[in-house]
Structures are given as structure tokens and as C-alpha cells.
Design a binder for this molecule. Sequence first.
Ligand code: UDP
Ligand code: MN
Length: 335
Amino acid sequence: MTSGEASLMPSFSLDCNDQQEEDEEESIEKYAINIYLSDPEYSASDIQDNRMSECKSKIFNYRKLPTTSVIIAFYNEAMSTLLRTIHSVLETSPAVLLREIILVDDFSDKVFLKSQLENYISSLERVRLIRTTKREGLVRARLIGATYAIGDVLTFLDCHCECVSGWLEPLLERIGENETAVLCPVIDTIDWNTFEFYMQTGEPMIGGFDWRLTFQWHAVPEKERQRRNSRIDPIRSPTMAGGLFAVSKKYFEYLGTYDMGMEVWGGENLELSFRVWQCGGTLEIHPCSHVGHVFPKKAPYARPNFLQNTARAAEVWMDGYKEHFYNRNPPARKV
Ligand code: UDP
Ligand code: MN
């Protein structure tokens, strides 16, 4: 029995697995995900492609699509999930479209992310590693990665993702058609404990927010359903979840990229969403592009800057509507 199987059957308590259970506990404590199951050797499991049939049968002319650089910022991620993400991108992205993967180590202090990681990726083609010289937070870490990118399109991913084959082409095709479209894949859930992949097969959800400016998922409104010609057309979304999106490098620069004053985590997703819609672009979710994301049990690092980052977004983009935010969230006035 592999350790993976053992932990899928918690009701059987096997003495010989006590040590492993302890190790798993430790892994959950440290990284808030179960690295035993996410270890590549425990999961050669191919993700089942349950996308709509029209998505699977669509043929792309690669020569007409823009190329991309995939940018993955990470802070103290477990080695196994990070490597899984990298391999997944390499295996599911057509070589002619993927210029490179740029890893940005946001000043992690884990020892295994130093020479061990360097040695590992040195054998991989098209994978580059950049290290920040201080903790930058996810916004500036991503932007540092972007400065090295040579692809036409910047594709940002979190460091704990798995791509479903065919995920990249629809994003690039749409951006090739319309440079001001910022595209998100459908985000599928990877269970933090069992690493099971749950594909969202129904109509995708779109992003919204409440007046505390917390991100929320909503059903596609009837008006948007009517606007689209087919169920594989991109769906306009007011906001994005944040970690997974593709944008033309040129258009991202035109937008002024992100608010570089944002620290650590939070708020940048709404800031960028408001920026896109107010600067003549569109934010869209492509129903044929699926990427899984591990939602950890709890964040593996402190996130003290959410409120401050969010107040920045409100001040810059919401004009008088920011009063709704401050009324719903009075402490925000003080930050
Ligand atoms: N990240 C980073 N620096 C930070 C915080 C986060 O590089 O200070 C990275 C993190 O490793 C991940 C991405 O930014 O690849 C998004 O963070 P996370 O996955 O924790 O956010 P969530 O998905 O929970 O919203
Ligand atoms: Mn994440």
C-alpha cells in the first residue's frame, strides 16, 4: 500500500503508518496542504478531460496564435506542488506557444527551494528561476517576472496548479483576436488533502464582489447568456479571482500593470479588474480553458495587508462608490 492510498482511507488505522501520519500532519501544518499526495510519484493520475465536446474538438492554427511566457511567483511553497505545477505546464502547453516558464522566488526561506530547486530545474528546458532580494509580495514578484518575459502574452499562474490539456490555446486565441481582452481559465478545485481534481463541468461562474470588497462567485446573468453566440464563447466577468490569467504584454503595459504599492496578498485582483474595465478592456473567462488550483486549508503565510491593499483599490478606482466600501468596512478608513 502506498502512503497515498493509506491516507485516502483514514478509517483503517495501520500501525506501520503512524510515522507517515505524523509526517503528513507536519506537512499540513507547514504548507497547509498534504505534500505526500501531491508528490509527483504518488500521482501519475491524468486529469480526465471532461470539458464540453466543442472544446475538445476545436482545432487551432498554432502559427496564428501569440506566444506566451508563464510566470509563477512563489513564497515558501512545498517542493512537490511547485514541481507539479511546472511539469503540468510543460506537458500541457504546445511547445511552439510556450516561450518559457519564469519562476519568481519571492524571498522564500525554505532550504529545499535553494540549490535543490536550482539543480532540479537546470535539467528542464525553457524554465528560468529568478529570485527577489527581499520579500516583495505577489504583485511585485509577478511584475519582476514579467520584465524578463519574451512571449507576446503573459500568463500568470499560482505555484500550486495543474493545467488540463487544451487550457492554453483558447486563452491565446482570444487575446490574438482582441488584444485588450484579459482572459481567465475556469478554476477547478484540487482538494488540498487528497489531491483529487474536481472539474467544474457546468456553466462557469463569474467573479463579483461585495461592498467589503471581498471577491465572490456569481452565476452568469441572463443578459450575458443572450450576448454570447455559443456556449464556448468567452464569458465577460466583472472581476477575477486573481491568481490565474493571461494578458497581452503590450496591453498590460498600456494599463500600467498592477498597483506596485500592494504588499503580500489581497486586493490586487479587484484592482486589476477595475483597471481593465475602466481602461477600455474586457475581463473574460474562457469556458474551454481549465486549470486546477489547490485551495489550502489555511494560508501558508500571514496576510496582514488585505485591508490596506483593498483601500488602495477603492481610492484609485471607485470614485464616490468607495463610500459604500468604507461604510461596510469602517476600519478601512484608518488604513
Ligand atoms: N505569493 C508570493 N509572495 C507573497 C504571497 C504570495 O509570491 O508574498 C505567491 C504564492 O506563492 C502563490 C501566489 O502568489 O503562487 C498567490 O498566493 P496564494 O496562492 O497564497 O493566494 P490564494 O490562491 O490563496 O488567493
Ligand atoms: Mn493559490
